[in-house]
Design a protein around this ligand. Structure first.
Ligand SMILES: Nc1ncnc2c1ncn2[C@@H]1O[C@H](COP(=O)(O)OP(=O)(O)OP(=O)(O)O)[C@@H](O)[C@H]1O
Length: 562
């Protein structure tokens, strides 16, 4: 067993992307019964400051990633192709695609027609790597960079498996997604691929919509493919007659954004759902990030002999080299002005601008959106406190448009495929390294250029140590002259008090749940006051007693209770 530790890769200077093959090919690691040993051998947790887990040979078998692909190319050709990163030289013409065409693969004519109509001709690296293995019936844990076609990577072979089954009203493929927007998007992709598979249908079940409506539509048209968010799926298991019987037909289970679905927030729901699904099934876990902890708990969902397919090759970063990543450090009370300045400059420079500004919580997102709207920028707002119909409307609009700034909570952090996002700004501490990578991954998709800016206060700088293996470099915060400051202050003043109170409360809750900051409550209170001042408030808002108690902050000096 290889127990090689991951050396910290050299920080790569930003600049033109590297070209030409790199020496290491992505590998398929046959994990088998070695999983337990591997965990012990590697130590309990990956040090966040170390390099991300890299493709490695765990068992005795390692293959180039293109095994089983039909066509003219030999194994040598595919292996060398596989060794290049999706952007650098994943295929010909410096594109993010490989040279392997879908029509060289063992897929049905009906799927092939759907793939063609969707406009896909050549495979991406992760598609090329996983298709043959999934078609062999194996469980797969796949890691590939953001925006490199993982959705088709799991849907296409799963549809192939389904098309060979006798026609039924059972659910044969269940795809779980962490957010509603992502579930809708996966279903839309499935519909494209199913265009000529007349006997297969797809349905979405997501929170925020009417349960009886979903129940009726399921009864009227029982589909073989179900895309769901965990909470709503549990609802159906508990409340929809016949649903638990239909779900016994699952042959393929997919956890999209697997690491998110298996983290503590979702794990219980997922475990309950899995308990209803037959053990004899194929399970596919896909994500752009697979922290060591996820590999350790993947037995929750997968058979022991699953295959880990990692298309992020050794020495490469988990983020795209064509995305320019910078961070800016500035006191909280400068954040609105800096944000305004950066956005104004970007809008002026790029007529086709399309920006996502990520904020820490739903209510902070609302506040930031309101401030930026006051500043006459073209703003849309999306977060969990919006109605689902408003979320869907904004999401659809942002997908199709240019010249828009989407201010978002983490509902847009993972998986959502908005084409041609020119800039991603993250304001305040990302929840963790993985979330930073996924948010950044909303830009630079399909090999395109992109830009990412992380705006932190000086006391948030500790986060940088968790991403120091990425090409993230410091940029000077733009200087803000007094006239801009006055305009921004005025905009902040015009935002309703209620939004500021909610934002303050949410801000406190968010940073209180961050271990590095919540350790010292007096400091937390001081920082919250800084945030309150940044909203132009002389005195921090009072917080309902019950909420303070829930946060474990009752009787903390400096916090006012209402
Ligand atoms: N073979 C292909 N050829 C061309 N475009 C493709 C191909 N496969 C997928 N795409 C397109 O690439 C885009 C990104 O795909 P997708 O959203 O599945 O990426 P992802 O790897 O799942 O990203 P994330 O990690 O952010 O979830 C989509 O617009 C999809 O339609």
């Amino acid at each position: 067993m290889s127990t090689s530790t991951n050396p910290k890769p050299k920080r790569r200077r930003r600049g033109p992307p590297k070209h030409g093959p790199t020496p290491t090919s992505p590998m398929v690691a046959t994990v088998g019964a070695m999983v337990g040993h591997e965990v012990g051998g590697e130590g309990a947790r990956r040090d966040a400051r170390q390099a991300p887990p890299l493709a490695r040979v765990v068992g005795t078998t390692a293959r180039g990633i293109s095994a089983g692909v039909e066509g003219a190319r030999g194994a040598e050709g595919s292996a060398s192709n596989a060794g290049r990163s999706a952007h650098d030289a994943g295929g010909v013409d410096g594109s993010y695609l490989t040279e392997t065409r879908f029509d060289q693969c063992a897929i049905s004519p009906l799927s092939l027609k759907g793939v063609k109509d969707a406009g896909y001709e050549r495979m991406t690296q992760v598609q090329e790597a996983t298709l043959p293995i999934i078609l062999q019936g194996k469980d797969v844990l796949a890691k590939a960079k953001t925006g490199t076609g993982k959705t088709v990577g799991f849907l296409l072979p799963a549809i192939e498996v389904l098309s060979a089954l006798p026609r039924s009203t059972s659910i044969n493929l269940l795809v779980m997604c962490p957010t509603r927007e992502l579930a809708n998007q996966v279903a839309a992709e499935a519909k494209k691929l199913l265009k000529y598979h007349r006997s297969l249908g797809v349905q979405v079940v997501i929170g925020g919509t009417k349960l009886p409506q979903e129940q009726r539509s399921m009864q009227a048209n029982p589909c073989q493919i179900l895309v769901a968010t965990p909470g709503r799926l549990k609802d159906h298991l508990e409340n929809t007659p016949g649903f638990s019987t239909r779900i016994k037909g699952v042959k393929v289970l997919v956890l999209d954004e697997a690491d998110r679905l298996l983290d503590m927030g979702f794990r219980r729901d997922i475990e309950k759902i899995i308990a209803f699904i037959p053990k004899e099934r194929q399970t596919l876990l896909f994500s752009a990030t697979v922290p060591e902890e996820v590999r350790q708990i993947s037995h929750v969902a997968m058979r022991k002999n699953y295959e880990f397919i990692n298309t992020v090759q050794e020495g490469d970063e988990e983020t795209h080299s064509q995305v320019n990543q910078t961070y800016m450090i500035a006191p909280l009370d400068m954040h609105f002005s800096i944000l305004y300045n950066v956005l104004k400059k970007h809008v002026a420079e790029d007529a086709e601008y399309k920006v996502i500004v990520f904020c820490t919580t739903a209510m902070v997102t609302k506040l930031v959106a309101e401030v930026l709207s006051q500043l006459k920028l073209n703003i849309r707002e999306i977060h969990s406190r919006k109605s689902q119909s408003a979320r869907t409307k904004v999401s659809d609009e942002f997908r199709k448009s240019k010249g828009l700034i989407l201010v978002s909570s983490d509902v847009s952090a993972r998986g959502v495929d908005y084409p041609d996002v020119t800039l991603v700004i993250q304001v305040g501490l990302p929840a963790d390294r993985e979330q930073y990578i996924h948010r950044l991954g909303r830009t630079g998709r399909k090999g395109k250029e992109g830009q990412g800016i992380l705006l932190l206060a000086p006391w948030e700088m500790h986060f940088l140590s968790t991403v120091n293996d990425l090409s993230l470099s410091e940029a000077a915060a733009p200087s803000v002259d007094s006239s801009i400051q006055a305009v921004v202050n005025d905009a902040v003043r015009r935002v309703e008090m209620k939004s500021k109170e909610s934002a303050y409360q949410a801000w406190l809750g968010y940073y209180n749940s961050n271990k590095a900051i919540s350790r010292d409550k007096a400091r937390l209170v001081r920082l919250a006051e800084e945030f309150s001042q940044s909203m132009g408030l002389a005195v921090p808002p009072a917080i309902p007693k019950l909420i303070l108690r829930k946060m474990g902050l009752s009787n903390v000096p400096g916090l006012r209770s209402a």
